[in-house]
Design a protein around this ligand. Structure first.
Ligand SMILES: Cc1cc2nc3c(=O)[nH]c(=O)nc-3n(C[C@H](O)[C@H](O)[C@H](O)COP(=O)(O)OP(=O)(O)OC[C@H]3O[C@@H](n4cnc5c(N)ncnc54)[C@H](O)[C@@H]3O)c2cc1C
Ligand SMILES: NC(=O)c1ccc[n+]([C@@H]2O[C@H](COP(=O)([O-])OP(=O)(O)OC[C@H]3O[C@@H](n4cnc5c(N)ncnc54)[C@H](OP(=O)(O)O)[C@@H]3O)[C@@H](O)[C@H]2O)c1
Length: 453
């Protein structure tokens, strides 16, 4: 079978499929990058090294003889879905959600306004982003959205050189981020402290892992009547209750002694980004909360406006999946329509034999690495049921030995798992003298040359 996308969902599916050593399955894992592990390599922040230890689990799965990795192959461009469907009984799509969502406000495309998606990929050494430029020469940056990605990017703007020098951050980003002149990072949440999307450790790390004080205006920390009622009525989960306490603690703090400041604002939505030839400020609306028909607490803008001067805007309002030609796609949600992981034809709602999905492209861009384990297990369960019932399509060509030659005709710089291991060894060796876990190769040519050895 073919799995497309070697992030957590792809690798958890591999692990599950190959768990039984006697199971007669062979798995080819494809990725458009020469490097595996998806957002564990290209998303997880450099100052979170422990989280990347999960890679050891994936490496264990890759040792199995029934496993092969084919990197530097973009499905939909180098190889088409229809071609995979000729060769593999099962295709499992796990290619994540790799683009940013837009806000649709004036000024969004001004120089100095970027998506967190791009910024994260740049500091993590994703080869598509190594030549991006982020002008950090300003006093204040504004981050829109208050999920955990917003916490990551706010933190990365507020660290000292020492705090990141020994990480696997891309070299170009280390030089740009260390000693950057930004004095304040303002994080805008469109709802209140009780609805913030970040989790407890991540909001605490804004201070714990940076050289910044975290500020909250006591007025901003106060809950609106709806949220207060939800808190009093025991309707907030543990994470949200603790988030409310953390914000109250930040608001009560008296000392502001550190080099930088991070300010958490709530009930604020961006309306317009200002500037003639680059970002100079952002107009934000004050919001109020209401309960909508399905019972959720949502924000709506009032007529109150204020302008925050700033030279950099990072919008961190979530990721979005992109379609692959020939595979059904739900444009609105940026996902592949499915029933528990079995892809369905949206017109008939009938299952498409042999086609499955897991991870962010199945359920949308939410959840931590571990969430993809359960998600992949659910899908693999369906695949195994269909296998047992003989419910998989016939394929024209299933000769495993011919695959690599076929791919090499189409992608001369194909990267196998051995190729990745050469990249891995080169990066680790380059990082070692400076006490870093690795010095990432961030350019396509460097990666492909290292893969060849
Ligand atoms: C910035 C950021 C930081 C995060 N930090 C953490 C954290 O610290 N802890 C935590 O638990 N979770 C974290 N997460 C969440 C976690 O990374 C995701 O839950 C997880 O990576 C989703 O897994 P996935 O396999 O669905 O997608 P991905 O990890 O995105 O993997 C998809 C893979 O598919 C490949 N691909 C895409 N298109 C194609 C194509 N056409 N052909 C071939 N291959 C393709 C990509 O190159 C990629 O390797 C973070 C997420 C982000 C965005
Ligand atoms: N350390 C970690 O564990 C870690 C690190 C990074 C990412 N992750 C995980 O990866 C997933 C994705 O994270 P994410 O931060 O990209 O997404 P997220 O958690 O969904 O947060 C998105 C944020 O954007 C806001 N938003 C959406 N549309 C907006 C708009 N039009 N205007 C203003 N604000 C808007 C949301 O507000 P509303 O809530 O009001 O919609 C929310 O605050 C999450 O599950 C996250 O936990 C984990």
């Amino acid at each position: 079978m073919a799995i497309v996308g070697s992030g957590p969902s792809g690798f958890y599916a591999v692990g599950d499929l190959l768990k039984d050593p006697d199971r007669k399955v062979e798995v080819d894992l494809y990725d458009r990058l020469p490097t595996p592990f998806g957002l564990v390599r290209a998303g997880v922040a450099p100052d979170h090294p422990k989280i990347k230890n999960v890679i050891k689990v994936y490496e264990k799965s890759a040792e199995d003889e029934r496993f092969r990795f084919f990197g530097n192959v973009t499905i939909g461009e180098d190889i088409h879905h229809a071609e995979l469907a000729e060769r593999y009984h099962v295709i499992l799509y796990t290619f994540g959600a790799r683009v940013d969502r837009q806000m649709g406000i004036p000024g969004e495309d001004l120089p100095g306004s970027h998506s967190a998606t791009d910024f994260v990929a740049w500091y993590n050494g994703h080869p598509d982003y190594c030549d991006r430029e982020f002008d950090l020469d300003c006093e204040r940056a504004v981050v829109i959205g208050n999920g955990n990605v917003a916490m990551d990017v706010a933190r990365m703007l507020s660290v000292s050189r020492e705090q990141i020098a020994k990480t696997d951050i891309a070299d170009h980003a280390l030089e740009a981020l260390a000693d950057n002149p930004i004095r304040e990072v303002v994080i805008l949440g469109r709802r209140g402290p009780a609805q913030a999307a970040y989790t407890n450790p991540e909001v605490l790390e804004l201070e714990a892992l940076t050289i910044a004080d975290v500020n909250v205006d006591p007025e901003d920390a106060k809950l609106d009547p709806l949220s207060q009622k939800a808190l009093d009525g025991g309707m907030l989960d543990k994470t949200r209750r603790r988030n409310v306490e953390i914000v109250a603690d930040y608001a009560a703090k008296q000392e502001r002694m550190r080099d930088k400041q991070i300010t958490l604002r709530f009930l604020r939505s961006p309306v317009e980004i200002l500037g003639s030839d680059r970002v100079e400020g952002i107009v934000v609306a004050r919001n109020e909360l209401h309960r909508d028909a399905d019972g959720a607490i949502r924000s709506r803008q009032t007529t109150d406006r204020e302008t925050i001067e700033c030279g950099l805007v990072l919008r961190s309002i979530g990721y979005k999946g992109v379609p692959i030609e020939g595979v059904p796609f739900d444009e609105q949600h940026g996902t592949i329509p499915n029933n528990g992981g079995a892809v369905i034809d949206p017109a008939t709602e009938k299952k498409i034999p042999g086609l499955y999905v897991a991870g962010w492209i199945k359920r949308g861009p939410s959840g931590v690495i571990g969430t993809n384990k359960r998600d992949a297990q659910e899908t693999v369960g369906l695949i195994l049921e269909d296998l047992a019932e003989g419910d998989l399509p016939e394929r024209v060509d299933t000769d495993r030995d011919s695959t690599e030659a076929w791919l090499l005709e189409r992608v001369p710089d194909l990267v196998t798992y051995e190729g990745w291991q050469r990249i891995d060894a080169a990066e680790k060796a380059a990082g070692e003298p400076d006490g870093r876990p690795r010095a990432k190769l961030a350019r396509w040519d460097e990666l492909l040359a290292a893969a060849k050895g």
